[in-house]
Design a protein around this ligand. Sequence first.
Ligand SMILES: Nc1ncnc2c1ncn2[C@@H]1O[C@H](COP(=O)(O)OP(=O)(O)OP(=O)(O)O)[C@@H](O)[C@H]1O
Length: 281
Amino acid sequence: MPSTSVSEQPVTRNGAALLSLDDVSIQFGGLKALDGVSFDVREGEILGLIGPNGAGKTTCFNVMTGVYQPTSGEVRFAGEPLGRRKRFAITRLGIARTFQNIRLFGNMTALENVLVGADAHHRTNVIDALVRSPRHRREEREGEETAREVMKFLGLERRADELARNLSYGEQRRLEIARAMATKPRLLCLDEPAAGFNPAEKAQLMDLIRRIRDVRGLTVLLIEHDMGLVMGVSDRVAVLEFGRKIAEGAPVDVRNDPAVIAAYLGTEADDAGEFDQEGDL
Ligand SMILES: Nc1ncnc2c1ncn2[C@@H]1O[C@H](COP(=O)(O)OP(=O)(O)OP(=O)(O)O)[C@@H](O)[C@H]1O
């Protein structure tokens, strides 16, 4: 993976709110998975979203991407309420995500997987496709250009024609990011991108996340359990526990927040252990 050069400066770090959750709650039966959660993701920042298992992090992603409708409260993107928009409409607005568990089409090539993302903005219909209208062919050409360019950025260009299932685990994780980036988002939501990575791969991923913001100008929302990674790469961090936001701020402040320390100590050894690696407990 290419490394960051010193000349790659951030586009902006403290912009206006790009995505806002305003008092968002969602209930599954008797369980309030999100309970009055409010926070902003500012244009140009990397925001880490952390919390013990089951805190509601992925549910946040799901309400931001149209998988679930909040029971109450509002999600706004670039000032516009998402309302009851469907997933594809939200993708077109400019929000893209990856998933905790890799979701690739194993029997399609790496390039074909990324083309699925690049297709998000296509305007042609089935008839255009059947008769291969000039507009359809132009969109296909542009889609492939986008896909190949994004794959190059992620160091995957030489794997384009390989079946996705033959890629290494790390390459598959990057391919998921490539597919999301091919939708040309303004906000990229990464759900545990470092899961299963060794320390060297985590260091490369940190570098990649920074380049996605600094070079591509994307705003990044990052769910991640690895504290070293999330604290090292995020401009700000928001913390959830039992569906409520318990802290938000600069990594150094969040790390030393008694409520956050208590949330991690009161949970499974795994989470507390990861927090402990920072040497703050
Ligand atoms: N579709 C659903 N139906 C019922 N309960 C759900 C649903 N989705 C999430 N939940 C519950 O909501 C709570 C929050 O889940 P969520 O997956 O958002 O947590 P998380 O912070 O992402 O956890 P993890 O770090 O383990 O991935 C959990 O108790 C979960 O079981």
